[in-house]
Write a protein that binds this ligand. Structure first.
Ligand SMILES: CC(C)(COP(=O)(O)OP(=O)(O)OC[C@H]1O[C@@H](n2cnc3c(N)ncnc32)[C@H](O)[C@@H]1OP(=O)(O)O)[C@@H](O)C(=O)NCCC(=O)NCCS
Length: 167
């Protein structure tokens, strides 16, 4: 850890934010439209990033979005998001979505994803953010794994830049 101030994961996390599915959330296949779930994750991840950094933040990248099971018409979606790690100006936020059948209490894991947000200063330049303080074994595991993912993201970006491509 550096001299930068740190904040605990719990200070910015969102735990089981409830969203009741209605008919206008469905796709032609009569399951919940995945784009709606992704947009909602992005919006809630922004809240986590802005709580942690106390700055305006933008989405820089999203990776490893996995839809693990479909959500259905009568489901209630539960969104949980937490800051896994911060570096300079960037932060990785993990998102997990579950679908709850409110009549039986059964839950299913619907989606996992990782969002990278960058904090901006008043001139829209990236600005350093506080470090993240993991407090549980699970938060420590996510903190360690976030570093592995960051190295993959930056390595891909560098390789593409060298070949003249864009990420
Ligand atoms: C994200 C953005 C601010 C980065 O600006 P930049 O000039 O590339 O800044 P830098 O190269 O100095 O990188 C700043 C940080 O962003 C990270 N970053 C930039 N591009 C990234 C990417 N594609 N994936 C992951 N991290 C990225 C860098 O690793 C760096 O992190 P660090 O400070 O923790 O080391 C800029 O690319 C941007 O404004 N993108 C558009 C954002 C947007 O419109 N989002 C959708 C609406 S919210």
């Amino acid at each position: 850890m550096s001299d930068r101030p740190s904040r605990p994961v719990s200070a910015s996390a969102i735990e089981k934010h409830v969203y009741k599915v209605f008919p206008n959330d469905m796709n032609a296949h009569n399951t919940v439209f995945g784009g709606m779930i992704m947009a909602k994750c992005d919006r809630l991840a922004l809240v986590v990033a802005e709580r942690h950094s106390a700055h305006v933040c933008v989405t820089a990248a999203v990776d490893s979005i996995h839809f693990r099971a479909p959500a259905k018409g009568n489901d209630t979606l539960l969104f949980s998001l937490a800051l896994n790690r911060s570096w300079g100006s960037s932060m990785e936020i993990g998102a997990r979505v579950e679908a709850e059948n409110s009549y039986t209490g059964d839950t299913r894991h619907i989606l996992s994803a990782f969002f990278t947000f960058v904090a901006l200063d008043e001139n829209d330049r990236p600005v350093d953010v506080p470090e993240v303080r993991p407090e549980t074994a699970e938060q420590r595991r996510r903190y360690d794994n976030a570093q592995i993912r960051r190295e993959g993201r930056l390595s891909t970006r560098d390789q593409l830049a060298r070949s003249g491509g864009k990420p």
